[in-house]
Design a protein around this ligand. Sequence first.
Ligand code: ACO
Length: 429
Amino acid sequence: MTDSLTVRDNRTGAEYEIPITDGTIKAADLGQIKLNDDEPGLATYDPGFVNTASCRSSITYIDGDKGILEYRGYPIEQLAEKSNFLEVAYLLIHGELPTKEQYENWVHEITFHTFVHENVKGFMQGFRYDAHPMGMLMASVGALSTFYPESRHIEDPDNRHIQIVRMIAKMPTLGAWSFRHAQGKPYIYPDNELSYAENFLSMLFKMSESKYAADPRIAKALDVLFILHADHEQNCSTNAVRSVGSSQVDPYSAVAAGIGALYGPLHGGANEAVLKMLRRIGTKDNIPAFIEGVKNGEERLMGFGHRVYKNYDPRAKIIKKACDDVFEVTGVNPLLEVAQELEKIALEDEYFVKRRLYPNVDFYSGLIYEALEFPPEMFTVLFAIGRTPGWLAQWLELTQDKEQKIARPKQIYTGARTLDFVPAEERWA
Ligand code: ACO
């Protein structure tokens, strides 16, 4: 077997041999296929990169047919059950699990960088009373680049490290303050005696008590949710981080771009849509009629289906378990019953079976967030906090990848050519 592709150009009859590596061909190799030397060579057209690899990466592996998700080779199920978010963040960034000493240093570093400059607080207080927390998060992460101007020296490994630590550490502070802002409540400073998730909950919900004590089951569930969202290879926001990072800008600006991408409803907003759908269905009796409507193409069953997973999204299974833990504390969200019945019916229905539509990560996450009293605008902020180590691991990989170039796709030009410009005073005369 030869690892190559023979291409015959039927326009000219010429044949070309193009090497196949890792199941891909190099798009640039197609450039040699041309009608004559004056023309640009053949290119590929792939809006949304549905079949184009943009990088080599050793961070996250997904097998959508089998429902497998691994970070640095470790199955998500094992990490969610036996690890914690900061250890997973270390794994994503460094590529290997930490020794005891490395872990303790890492947790210490992250914990002691949770505070932000007071001017950041002043900056955030300048937002309108009803500012969307994602807009506030995106702007304040971008603003951090002005507080750490040395972060532009991305060629320096020590410098890269400290910016990574700062960003993972400060994201919950900025996220929690965005939440408090809309409620007109004072911003709460980090408490360095608490774990990552406990500290976040404290900054979100603390009022006049001297110390906020989160229920350990809630803190654990939140930590697991962060783990589940920590990376998902070349999704829209990660691609944004890499694309902006490829200009060699500082990492705060690159991650701010990722937050912008996540803000969009096609990426981070589906769990809110699931809640709305469940509320509309209301009771189990209404499910058959709703399913009929979906099958007739009137609407989609939100929280079902995925571009990559054609099997049960492994994260959805873990979230289902986290639901039980959270509802033990908060009381059951009445919509859970509707969701479970909906899932049961859909998984047995030929329409969904044939199309390989299974619950995705968003089917149950909104129910948990609602039980924790988060307004829907905060759902995506939670996603962003969890995704930060993934964005940074991908950015770090990019900065060290000799094959990477500044992102600059081609286009197929469809506009006018060589028009003669007539000055306004003549055109309007
Ligand atoms: N409900 C009903 N039918 C569906 C659904 C759904 N949720 N998802 C896909 N289908 C059907 C389509 O109508 C299509 O049927 P057809 O072949 O008869 O036309 C077939 O399944 C294939 O669907 P596509 O839209 O081609 O699949 P694609 O991979 O492009 O879409 C997507 C994936 C966008 C996630 C889709 O499944 C969907 O809209 N799901 C609901 C929204 C959702 O839950 N999004 C969250 C995704 S997870 C995340 O982003 C973190």
